[in-house]
Design a protein around this ligand. Structure first.
Ligand code: ADP
Ligand code: MG
Length: 173
């Protein structure tokens, strides 16, 4: 996929209570404004990369891009599981991510156990792959450093950020 690595950020909105948290794998949902800005070559499936919430630390993540049942599968959704244990939910915060690699297409599973096992495999694959030097390098991209040094977003600036899925090239080091 030539659009990878792909950088974007947006507000964390409420999902549809599909119980991800109950499975132990909460997924932070992006609004349609972010999903609609995905390049055409980013297909549905599972991705891995880096993520930070607000101006917090950078963590590894896995992301599912899929068809949203709430919209009768006519609209894509982007859901990020940050590989970190947070003390609290972060609805309304700005989530910044870079998708760096593709793991697998979407598929359905015969049981909840099989689904959870598949997601845990994805998480393990993400953890290993992100240790590659080319992926570690992305942590220093000014996409993240500027997110962490900027002053708290005002209503008007956060609106700009939310509606703007930024597509930047990583800096060459
Ligand atoms: P929803 O249907 O609202 O997306 P989930 O059960 O998927 O509900 O939970 C997602 C929410 O959980 C996120 O929006 C975020 O506020 C919170 N959360 C807590 N820890 C994490 C994490 N490690 N990764 C993603 N979201 C998390
Ligand atoms: Mg969710």
């Amino acid at each position: 996929m030539k659009s990878l690595p792909f950088f974007c950020r947006g507000e964390v909105i409420r999902g549809f209570g599909r119980g991800s948290k109950e499975l132990g794998i909460p997924t932070a949902n992006f609004p349609d404004s972010v999903v609609d800005n995905l390049p055409a070559d980013i297909s549905t499936g599972i991705y891995y990369g880096w993520a930070c919430v607000g101006n917090g630390d950078l963590h590894k993540m896995v992301m599912s891009i899929g068809w949203n049942p709430y919209y009768k599968n006519t609209k894509k959704s982007m859901e990020t599981h940050v590989i970190h244990t947070f003390k609290e939910d972060f609805y309304g915060e700005i989530l910044s991510v870079v998708m760096v690699g593709y793991i697998r297409p979407e598929r359905s599973y015969d049981s909840l156990e099989a689904l959870i096992a598949a997601i845990n495999n994805d998480i393990e694959e993400a953890k290993v792959n992100l240790e590659l030097p080319e992926h570690l390098k992305l942590r220093e991209d000014n996409f993240f450093t500027s997110a962490s040094t900027s002053s708290p977003a005002t209503a008007s600036t956060s609106q700009t950020i939310i509606n703007d899925c930024l597509r930047l090239r990583p800096r060459v080091h």
